[in-house]
Design a protein around this ligand. Structure first.
Ligand code: NAD
Ligand code: 6OD
Length: 499
């Protein structure tokens, strides 16, 4: 039998790797092989991580200037580039996503996240007002920005490095110290990032990582810890509820990016080549495991059949397989457990009357990877918004396609959800594009594109999709506390008009 190549992944606390109380296995979703033995943190270790972060804030990091922190962030970005291949390998081993996707999306975004928040922090100002009251009193008001403090960063498995760095970069830019809890499914890249942080000169205790699960494990232990000053979380809406309850007990701020049931609206006047290509991306990218992925496609009646036919054909063209093969477009789901959930929704869709027009089951794969969490890219028609599968987030490569008549109908259907994360509108008529995009009750509305990101722009969700916005100055605001200083100046003498 071949020797195991599984790595040991430890917690990172106060600048060093630390054993957990026990280990759990992380398996590769492509073939089920053991990737890592992960050291689970217990209450004592989570406490040590929070304590290390607090201590770091009392040291030089807590007194650092913006310019010093910006320099650190730039070094982290450079070091991620230097260690690009290692991060890429960790991300692909944990998620099974195609190398070419992880290269372009996940690891490249980690670099961009640190550079963007370095730029933004160095350019950020604060409010300042010269107060001039009617009674002649004058004052200078200016706002001071301080770090929030110790921030808990709890992240999911779908875009692990992208989402971790999306939160850690602005948190460090603002002078905080963080305790990161990666998903139990994707412990690799956050652990490797700890080495990168140390190489880039991030002081011990500023970046900590604790491994484990959610309830009864590191996730719950971190989110309920009294020593946190704030929590930033990306993940399922139900998990957000639990974290919010814990935050309420301590009256501390939360920033939540949660689930979605995102709509795409395709008008008959759309460039259908572009729309079908865009839909294929938005439904199937990362095997449908992006919170922004489309699971409801509304198509104007005159082009409904054509879009169904063309999108189904595009789904059939996707190449599932070895992540290292440049021809692979689509990886497995994150785990066979998650596949069970997605398959149960596909069974339900059929019971609810869906006509499956593409995929619908588990594909036959080569024997060496048949044990992986593979699933066919799937589309159905025949269900309206009343169906459970048109209302609940599936988080897989699946979508229902539904016809609509006019703009008002499209807006009504797209907004008929308790989620409100993202939407895309496909039309050649830009006036209509603006009009419809503005009527959609979502945090992010795209026209003739999908997942095109400017990191300075606000990002987040409405309703069950989240609380707050991150991105640009919104991130800097969440990760800061502001104190307004009001200094009385000499009164204005209002007697006697100018000579
Ligand atoms: P999840 O909520 O199950 O887990 C996310 C993280 O929370 C993990 O680290 C997990 O261990 C931890 N966790 C779980 N229960 C916890 C608890 N009770 N207390 C504290 N921590 C706990 O989500 P997931 O399955 O990892 O990711 C998929 C979900 O994430 C989908 O719903 C998806 O839409 C959502 N998501 C949203 C966005 C966004 O930007 N809105 C981005 C990515 C993913
Ligand atoms: O692009 C981003 O900044 C972001 N937070 C994306 C989230 C994707 C969810 O899966």
């Amino acid at each position: 039998m071949a020797a195991s190549t599984a790595r040991e992944l430890r917690n990172f606390v106060d600048g060093g790797y630390v054993d957990g109380v026990r280990t759990f296995d992380k398996r590769n979703p492509v073939d089920g092989r053991l990737v890592a033995r992960v050291h689970e943190a217990d209450a004592r270790l989570v406490d040590a991580a929070v304590g290390a972060a607090r201590t770091a804030l009392a040291g030089p990091w807590g007194r650092s200037s913006v310019a010093e922190r910006v320099a650190v962030l730039r070094r982290v970005a450079d070091q991620i580039e230097t260690r690009f291949d290692g991060l890429l390998a960790a991300e692909v081993a944990d998620t099974g996503k195609p190398v070419r996707l992880a290269r372009k999306l996940d690891v490249a975004r980690a670099v961009a996240n640190f550079r963007t928040f370095a730029d933004l922090a160095s350019a950020a100002g604060t409010d300042g007002f010269l107060t001039d009251l009617a009674d002649g009193r004058r004052a200078l008001n200016y706002a001071l920005r301080r770090p929030l403090g110790v921030v808990g960063v709890i992240v999911p498995w779908n875009l692990p490095l992208l989402l971790t760095t999306w939160k850690v970069a602005p948190a460090l830019a603002c002078g905080n110290a963080v305790v990161v809890k990666p998903s139990e499914e994707t412990p690799g890249s956050a652990t490797l990032l700890a080495e990168i942080m140390a190489e880039a000169g991030v002081p011990a205790g500023v970046y900590n990582v604790v491994h484990g699960f959610g309830p009864g494990s590191a996730g719950e232990l971190l989110s309920t810890h009294p020593g946190l000053d704030g929590v930033t979380f990306t993940g399922e809406t139900g998990t957000g509820r639990a974290i919010m309850r814990a935050a309420a007990a301590h009256v501390r701020p939360v920033s939540f990016e949660l689930g979605g049931k995102n709509a795409a609206v395709v008008f008959a006047d759309a460039d259908l080549d572009r729309a079908v290509e865009g839909l294929c991306q938005s439904v199937f990218a990362n095997t449908g495991q992006v919170c922004l992925c489309t699971e409801r496609v509304y198509v104007q009646r005159p082009v409904f059949d054509e879009v169904v036919t063309r999108l189904s054909a595009a789904a059939g063209q996707l190449r599932l397989g070895d992540p290292a093969d440049p021809a692979t477009t689509t990886g497995p789901l994150i785990s066979t457990g998650h596949r069970e959930k997605v398959l149960s929704y596909l069974r339900l869709a059929r019971e609810e009357g869906a006509e499956v027009v593409a995929g619908g089951g588990v594909p036959a794969m080569p024997p060496q990877i048949q044990a992986g969490a593979w699933i066919e890219p799937t589309l159905w028609t025949g269900l309206d918004n009343a169906a459970t599968v048109m209302r609940e987030e599936v988080f897989g490569p699946v979508a229902g396609i539904v016809p609509f008549d006019d703009d008002a109908d499209a807006v009504r259907l797209a907004n008929d959800t308790r989620y409100g994360l993202a939407a895309s509108v496909w039309t050649r008529d830009l006036e209509r594009g603006h009009r419809v995009a503005q009527q959609l009750r979502v945090g992010v509305s795209w026209v003739n594109t999908w997942f095109l990101r400017d990191l300075r722009s606000p990002f987040g969700g409405i309703g069950l999709s989240g609380i707050g916005r991150e991105g640009g100055h919104h991130s800097l605001e969440f990760y800061s506390e502001t104190t307004n200083v009001c200094v009385r100046l000499a009164d204005e003498t209002r007697t006697g008009a100018a000579a």
